[in-house]
Write a protein that binds this ligand. Sequence first.
Ligand SMILES: [Ca+2]
Length: 82
Amino acid sequence: MVHKRMSVFVALAAGSIHSLGLRAEESCPADLTNDGTLDFFDIAAFLTAFTNQDPIADFTNNGTFDFFDISAFLTAFSAGCP
Ligand SMILES: [Ca+2]
């Protein structure tokens, strides 16, 4: 019973994190961990998302995952957060 509730909580938490990620994309696209700073973890998150073809890694927003997405991510990462 406790285990089942925990699973529901984890599913809800994962959904919230995904929503936060989408919001962060508007103000600071390279901050994939949504913690307000750009660091190694954002790069790791991008590479994981890119490898899994997660839509958040589609930086050119054209439905494909290629060099241009990596280039756009690095540009956004270099630009930093407001
Ligand atoms: Ca971050």
